[in-house]
Design a protein. Structure first.
Length: 219
């Protein structure tokens, strides 16, 4: 996981260059080469930032897959602020189990799939403490404005390797205004569309997996 996600270490700094550098350091520590990188949403911006990094070793990255996000800069969706607020309320109410936590989240999000995704970070209660989220919500709250950013200007960098963008047909994160931006950063890109919203990999997992595996296996 990225910093401040899952069981990865927590850190106050959480911009795209920092997170891309984390991946570069991990790959270097494992002596990895010829890898394929896939990222969804914010993770998509992280892997794009890595591909464009001046520190990228020439033999590291072979395939780049970006799920329903573009490298364009823009304001972050209010949904993400709402999710952080919802998780903070779960902790403030000292909920005792997932059912109680889900009841809190229902006031913010009707989609069960999204609520279940948010609850994957919930640490069960113990006799001495209520359940809590393993991710640092205050840090995420402070960093959320920067999630709409991107570390490179048009014309500053480009990556000419194999690149696949996968768009959700019902999502606006990849659209006619920002596709040309993606094409300038990644001239060897192609775009595929699935009949989904933003959560392309969760809504159409088999179709998503086929797009990804077929792309990686191409010469």
């Amino acid at each position: 996981d990225l910093r401040n996600h899952g069981t990865s270490p927590h850190h106050e700094l959480m911009d795209y260059q920092c997170m891309a550098n984390d991946i570069l350091e991990f790959c270097d520590s494992k002596s990895l080469t010829n890898i394929s990188l896939l990222g969804h949403s914010m993770g998509g911006k992280v892997v794009m930032a890595l591909a464009l990094s001046p520190q990228l070793p020439q033999d590291l990255l072979s395939n780049l897959i970006v799920a329903d996000i573009s490298p364009a800069r823009g304001p972050i969706s209010d949904d993400f602020r709402m999710y952080v607020k919802a998780m903070q309320e779960v902790e403030e109410r000292k909920t005792k189990n997932r059912k109680e936590a889900d009841e809190v989240l229902q006031a913010y999000e009707r989609d069960l799939m999204i609520r279940q995704f948010l609850l994957t970070n919930l640490v069960p209660a113990t006799p001495s403490s209520p359940q809590r989220f393993r991710i640092p919500l205050k840090t995420l709250e402070r960093a959320i404005e920067g999630i709409g950013d991107f570390p490179y200007e048009l014309g500053e960098r480009k990556w000419e390797g194999k690149t696949l963008f996968i768009k959700g047909a019902k999502s606006k994160y990849i659209n006619r205004r920002n596709i040309p931006v993606a094409e300038q950063f990644f001239p060897n890109m192609r775009l595929e569309t699935l009949d989904t919203g933003h959560w392309v990999h969760a809504e159409k997992p088999m179709e998503f997996m086929k797009l990804v595996t077929d792309f990686i296996q191409e010469p």
